[in-house]
Design a protein around this ligand. Structure first.
Ligand SMILES: [Zn+2]
Ligand SMILES: [Zn+2]
Length: 383
């Protein structure tokens, strides 16, 4: 007869399974023994906190599904599951926890929020996800009609899509356009979303915090891009191109168009007394130290480094949409990177000129170099 282990040992095994990412073992333990998801290890950490620290998306999902409390735990330095997730570097885990109600304003024993801890270790993707998180009900409340015979401001089917759209972290205008779901451009959905985003913008301003000003501007900015694209959709042209692609190509083709479009978007922001608006205007009007409108938007609102400043850094930035970790290269010149074929396809009408030019100048460079090397060798008397 096998000797029964006491429950303490099973608890230890749970934490062991999580620390080795052994999902099967974890499931077995929970199916065979009656255990709470709120058990604590010797440091006061819950299984969810351990899984968050490991950045294990699968286990985090499973524990949340089992009803694990996202804000529980008695860690001695008062770290929450979200603190651990921000340290893990897995931004999907961060958004799962936020979606389950993790409170991002909670600080640990040294007064740091999860976002600050993420920034401290350089996990900027986690910082961006936390900073751009919007509780679902803040959008879904517009999908409920105020009376029996009135229409809701937002068709319910659009609710989750709008929620996802406003939480995007890369707000380069090309990326925004690419991420607009096709249904946003059907019927008068775009103008409905535009109105809701404007109301949400106003609400953020009323909260009177600087972080809310950033979100307020972001909502205004997303609304501006959406309505610009929808405008083309409404035009009764003889030859209709895809409205998103039409907008993206205009941006990629002409830097001055992009600059003007973004400057107008900033100028149209209705809340001119707020800090963020003043900072943006100041950055645009510093004479020779002025930033481009694109960089103002990316740096000040999008928590990003500017484009063109150091886009050759360790993050491989997509030549079309500025998404990081772009792994595909132009096969011909290898000088530009893309997220995927779609980004490369859209960029080709601009890139084909540079691509050929770079290839040619590259050839010339090699010729000069080899001639130069030959001359130098001759001078040295080496044959
Ligand atoms: Zn891309
Ligand atoms: Zn190329």
């Amino acid at each position: 007869m096998p000797v029964e282990k006491d429950s303490k040992e099973y608890i230890q095994e749970v934490f062991q399974a999580i620390s080795t990412n052994d999902f099967d073992k974890l499931q077995d333990l929970y199916s065979q023994h009656a255990m709470s998801t709120e058990i604590l290890d010797e440091h006061g950490m819950t299984p969810l906190q351990h899984a968050a620290y490991k950045g294990n998306e699968q286990i985090v999902r499973w524990l949340l599904h089992k009803g694990a409390d996202v804000n529980s735990g008695k860690h001695k330095y008062q770290y929450t599951a979200l603190h651990f997730a921000a340290l893990s570097g897995n931004s999907v885990v961060c958004s799962l926890l936020l979606g389950a109600g993790a409170k991002s304003e909670v600080t640990n024993s040294v007064g740091r929020t999860a976002s600050q801890m993420g920034a401290f270790v350089g996990n900027h993707n986690c910082v961006a996800v936390i900073g751009n998180y919007v509780p679902e009900e803040e959008v879904m409340c517009y999908t409920i009609s105020e009376s029996v015979d009135s229409e809701p401001q937002l068709p319910p089917v659009l609710g989750p899509l709008v929620h996802k759209f406003i939480m995007m972290t890369n707000i380069h205008p090309v990326k925004v356009a690419l991420d607009i779901p096709p249904v946003f451009l059907i019927d008068d959905n775009a103008s409905k979303i535009y109105k809701v985003l404007n109301v949400m913008c106003e609400r953020e301003i009323q909260k009177q915090l600087e972080t809310n000003e950033v979100m307020a501007f972001k909502f205004h900015y997303l609304a501006t891009i959406l309505i610009e694209i929808a405008k083309h959709n409404d035009m009764k042209g003889e030859k209709q191109s895809d409205p998103k692609e039409y907008f993206i190509k205009k941006i990629l083709k002409s830097e001055s168009y992009l600059e003007q479009f973004l400057k107008d978007a900033i100028r149209m922001f209705p809340y001119r007394d707020c800090t963020i608006f003043r900072q943006m205007v100041a950055s645009l009007t510093r004479g020779k130290d002025s930033m481009s409108a694109l960089n103002v938007v990316l740096v000040m609102i999008g928590n990003r480094r500017g484009m063109g400043v150091d886009s050759f850094g360790e993050d491989r930035v997509c030549g079309t949409c500025a998404e990081t970790n772009a792994t595909k290269k132009c096969a011909k010149c290898k000088a530009v990177q893309y997220c995927n074929r779609e980004c490369q396809r859209i960029h080709w009408f601009v890139h084909k000129k540079e691509c050929n030019r770079d290839a040619n100048s590259g050839n010339i460079q090699t010729t000069i170099d080899s001639t130069h090397v030959a001359e130098s060798l001759a001078e040295l008397g080496v044959k």
